[in-house]
Each structure stands twice: as structure tokens, then as C-alpha cells.
Design a protein around this ligand. Structure first.
Ligand SMILES: Nc1ncnc2c1ncn2[C@@H]1O[C@H](COP(=O)(O)OP(=O)(O)OP(=O)(O)O)[C@@H](O)[C@H]1O
Ligand SMILES: [Mg+2]
Length: 170
């Protein structure tokens, strides 16, 4: 089973991907760490953020995906890439809940605004829908605790792979 977990910054991708990787005994990859390790990308001195060239990371990740059996890749930017994964999980949080959560976690006010806006316009989901077949896309809410979200993801994956257990190993 190879999965991409994506969604607006702050919705819980890293927390969920790490917990899921542990449960499924899958290798875990974060887009930023992967880009740094492979020297893909550069720091924008204005925003002090890593800019990841999409085509480069897409190519490099697809090379890796081919060699692996169980892999969970996560990142916000990756909603704009087409990876050879079995499913794309888009994590969603209602913008109001996201705002409260990020303010409580002391995210910078401009980051909170950016993220709430991004979630409000379904930015990631729209990009994912442009690149992947509907049957590969799983939208999951992370509005309760992480464990509930993990249970929902596992249940949905099980349902989706029910008829193709041989093809996709959980
Ligand atoms: N279900 C949840 N309930 C409450 N807090 C949560 C939940 N899921 C994640 N969080 C918290 O929200 C914050 C953001 O989570 P996380 O870092 O996993 O998000 P992310 O999507 O990976 O963000 P980024 O895109 O910035 O890397 C963390 O402080 C995390 O502990
Ligand atoms: Mg993260």
C-alpha cells in the first residue's frame, strides 16, 4: 500500500502520517525532509521557506515509489504532483476549527490566515481532483482526536480495497 497524505498546512498531516505509518508498518516520508535530503529546492529569503520544484520532486518520489511496497508520503506541496500511489488522502478540518486550533498552538497570525483561507477554498482537494481519478481520492476529516481519524482512514482503506486485496496489500 502506497499512500499520499496531503492537505492544508496545519491540518494534521504529519501527526496522522506518522501514526498511520506505525500502524501499517510502512516507511514514512515527509516532503520537506525528502527535498532537503535530495537537494531539491531552495530557501526563499523573503519568506524563509523551502521552495520545492514540483516536477523534480515528483520524478524523484516516483522513482522511490517504484522500489517500495509500503510507503506513506506526506506534504502540502505534493497536492500539486502526480505520484504513483494507490490512494491520496486529503485531510480536512473546518476552517473555524483550524483557526482555533492553530491560534491555540501559537502559529503566527499570518500563517493562521493563510491556512484558514487555503482550507476554505478547498485548495488541496481541487488540485488533487485535477490529477487523480476519483476512486483514488479519500477525503478525511481530522476534527476529533487523531485516533478517531486513524480509525476512519483504516476503515475507508479497507472498504476501498475489499475487492482488490491481491492488488493492494494493506
Ligand atoms: N485531531 C487533532 N486534534 C487536535 N490537535 C491536532 C489534531 N491533529 C493535529 N493536531 C495538532 O495540530 C498541529 C498541526 O499538526 P501537524 O503538524 O501534524 O499538521 P501538518 O498538516 O503536518 O502541518 P504542516 O503542513 O505545517 O507541516 C500540531 O500541533 C498537532 O499536534
Ligand atoms: Mg507537517
Amino acid at each position: 500500500m502506497k499512500l499520499l497524505i496531503t492537505g492544508t498546512p496545519g491540518v494534521g498531516k504529519t501527526s496522522i502520517a506518522l501514526a498511520l505509518a506505525k500502524k501499517l508498518k510502512a516507511e514514512y516520508i515527509n516532503e520537506k525532509n525528502f527535498a532537503l535530503k535530495h537537494k531539491i529546492g531552495f530557501f526563499d529569503i523573503k519568506t524563509n521557506e523551502l521552495v520545492i520544484p514540483l516536477k523534480k520532486i515528483e520524478k524523484k518520489l516516483n522513482e522511490l515509489i517504484k522500489k517500495k511496497k509500503k510507503l506513506i508520503i506526506e506534504g502540502h506541496t505534493l497536492c500539486e504532483t502526480k505520484l504513483k500511489v494507490d490512494f491520496v488522502i486529503v485531510i480536512r478540518v473546518d476552517p473555524e476549527i483550524l483557526q482555533e486550533r492553530l491560534e491555540r498552538k501559537n502559529y503566527l497570525p499570518e500563517k493562521v490566515l493563510d491556512n484558514v483561507f487555503c482550507e476554505g477554498i478547498d485548495y488541496c482537494l481541487k488540485h488533487v481532483k485535477r490529477r487523480y481519478a476519483a476512486k483514488k481520492i479519500i477525503e478525511i476529516k481530522n476534527e476529533k482526536n487523531i485516533n478517531t481519524t486513524i480509525v476512519n482512514i483504516l476503515r475507508t482503506l479497507k472498504e476501498k480495497t475489499k475487492n482488490k486485496q491481491k492488488e493492494v496489500k494493506l
